[in-house]
Design a binder for this molecule. Structure first.
Ligand SMILES: [Zn+2]
Length: 210
């Protein structure tokens, strides 16, 4: 049955929802969705450090960066993408960090060395499970070591308490989970899941201590 015009019980966000799904048709062309690829649910393999500077690995990084840019161009959103999401089952991610020069940070073979005991809940989306919103509880921050795209060992130890700082610490955890075959929705009771239906969702999203 089609909704009649001015039906008082029809959802008021039909236009926004249509636009959202239209974007997902485009991003789904290069980002694997849950159920489409077994590797999304399996741990990815470590990158050989001596191969980081090889032309073959460089082209994989370049491709993942291009996917991140393409996703942002289509949606105006998106903070992190992990190689397995575009069909490369290796442990590296691209994280969008507009505050840092270059804007795209590459993390390779990250290893978490410390986790905050305080947990925060925040409504997350995943490029491989959109438009689901999963309010995931995670440690407020983590420390980890990783390799950059030049093969240098680096450390993340930033515990910035601003919303942006909290989001970074969360994005890294979300992406590292992908390397272990874990999706944000796995960490949440199904009745807590919602679908994106509000244009102001991103402005309203807040951290909640749990
Ligand atoms: Zn994700």
């Amino acid at each position: 049955m089609a909704f009649m015009k001015n039906n008082p019980i029809a959802p008021k966000t039909s236009k926004f929802k249509r636009e959202t799904y239209e974007k997902l048709i485009k991003t789904g062309q290069f980002i694997y969705q849950i159920g489409e690829l077994e590797n999304l649910r399996k741990p990815s393999r470590e990158v050989s450090i001596d191969k980081i500077k090889s032309p073959e690995f460089k082209s994989k990084i370049k491709y993942l960066k291009e996917c991140m840019k393409k996703y942002r161009k289509i949606t105006g959103l998106g903070r992190g993408i992990t190689a397995v999401q575009v069909g490369i089952p290796e442990r590296f991610s691209v994280v969008y960090v507009p505050e840092i020069k270059g804007q795209l940070l590459i993390i390779i073979n990250p290893k978490v060395t410390k986790r905050s005991e305080k947990f925060l809940k925040y409504p997350e989306m995943c490029m491989s499970a959109e438009p689901i919103i999963a309010p995931v509880a995670r440690p407020a921050w983590i420390e980890f070591e990783y390799y950059d795209e030049k093969g240098k060992k680096k450390y993340w130890k930033t515990k910035d308490n601003t919303k942006k700082g909290k989001i970074y610490n969360r994005v890294f955890q979300h992406e590292i989970d992908h390397m272990d075959g874990i999706i944000n929705i796995d960490k949440v009771e199904s009745k807590e899941l919602t679908l994106l239906s509000s244009p102001t969702y991103h402005e309203k999203a807040e951290f909640e201590q749990v």
